[in-house]
Design a protein around this ligand. Sequence first.
Ligand SMILES: NC(=O)c1ccc[n+]([C@@H]2O[C@H](COP(=O)([O-])OP(=O)(O)OC[C@H]3O[C@@H](n4cnc5c(N)ncnc54)[C@H](OP(=O)(O)O)[C@@H]3O)[C@@H](O)[C@H]2O)c1
Length: 357
Amino acid sequence: MCRSRISAASSRSTSRSQPRSSSARRPMVKTRAQTLPTISSVIITGAGGKTGKAVFAKCVQDAELERVVGVVRTEKSKKMVASFAPDAKDEDVVVASIVDGTSVKDVINEGKFDALICCTSATPRIMKRSIVKLLVTKVLNFIPGVNMKPAMPTFRWPENGTPEEVDWEGQKAQFDAAVESGVKLVVVCSSMGGTQDDNRLNAIGEGNILKWKRAAERYLIELCKGTNGKTNFTIVHPGGLKGNCKDLEAEGGKVQLTVGVDDTLLENEYRSIPRADVAEVLFHSLKTSEALNRSFDVASLPEGEGVPFDGDLGTLLCDGLPKQSVKGGTCDYTLGEVFPPSTSGVEEEEEAEAKTA
Ligand SMILES: NC(=O)c1ccc[n+]([C@@H]2O[C@H](COP(=O)([O-])OP(=O)(O)OC[C@H]3O[C@@H](n4cnc5c(N)ncnc54)[C@H](OP(=O)(O)O)[C@@H]3O)[C@@H](O)[C@H]2O)c1
């Protein structure tokens, strides 16, 4: 049941960036209300990241959460997170890698947490040579008569940091450990664009980042299904992220959020969202039954338009993405390429060839 309605002003369709409502076109189906599990302890992975550190800080400040642990990759990140969330105790920030499955597994298993918030992600590094090329082209184009095609920056993935390693293997390891240790809710910060196989983000360093993220989401959903309701999920797909969460008060709560499914929000002119607001959505997913076992997209209107998000995720979802819409207002995972591609056909062919040889 929706708890309250947003004001008429916030739902007025006056803006040119007003989100296209995918749910309005969908036939109605009935869905059962779900009961939110009691969450008093949470582990946040990727807590050294720009969004992850904000989620960690919000959880640390929350009086209802008795135990909050952030997982970072390096001692340097640990110091940074500790200064960002000064209320956290030293033992609340743990150094572990998600690529080494045993290390994250141990932390999750030993903690016996109620919830996991996954904010890890492969992060591409720009190739310095490509910046030089870009600058040289820009300078040369100032010369009269010169009209060179602008060079594009190119990226690489750090060692042990490809999307396949971090977003696929690393997330699977976290989800497996979560289910094994009895975590009741897994919240994932993923990305919009997963239904678009040709999204340009997939081309970065030939990493197929969105495809690996979506593959991990499918894996989590199937894993949760097998637990008969013991482990639940909430998957959040933000649009283009803004800000670096240095000052949460200054950066968050300034824009109206928009929600959707299946990348329809990408058709809007404005598709961005401040990281501080994404952190708020992830944090409130721990406390919002309407977000349970749903995967949804989130972006915002430009600052100054609409009503800023006040943390009421239940109302945002009820009004923007009613569960009565088809498939319960959640993303459709039959969309997008099945990834990783099945190799069984190739293996069978190779086996047959080997037999005839
Ligand atoms: N950039 C965008 O416009 C955009 C748009 C939509 C969605 N997103 C997604 O939103 C999420 C949050 O983005 P963000 O920019 O806030 O993230 P971010 O700052 O890049 O943080 C990623 C985190 O993952 C951690 N990590 C990477 N490899 C790891 C490993 N092997 N073991 C443990 N931790 C590892 C990093 O650790 P270190 O701190 O040690 O490096 C970092 O804390 C990501 O999933 C991103 O893809 C981004």
